[in-house]
Design a protein around this ligand. Structure first.
Ligand code: FES
Length: 69
């Protein structure tokens, strides 16, 4: 699961998940601290990137928590 993966990979996790994973918010913004883990993830979709643009404190390794499992 995302949570288990986050614990294993030192992801800064502050997921509130207002839209429950339907890519309609950016409250589940996470910053992946581990480059190796980040590179293993599927690339973000255009929809995810659009939401990420709205996320506060966007970084190179930002993702939406609900989209990475
Ligand atoms: Fe809203 Fe992830 S919970 S985009």
């Amino acid at each position: 699961s995302m949570l288990a993966a986050a614990h294993e990979n030192d992801i800064e996790l502050e997921v509130s998940g207002a839209c429950e994973g339907s890519l309609a918010c950016s409250t589940c913004h996470v910053i992946v601290m581990d480059m190796e883990y980040y590179n293993k993830l599927e690339d973000p979709t255009d929809e995810e990137n659009d939401m990420l643009d709205l996320a506060f404190g966007l970084t190179e390794t930002s993702r939406l928590g609900c989209q990475i499992v």
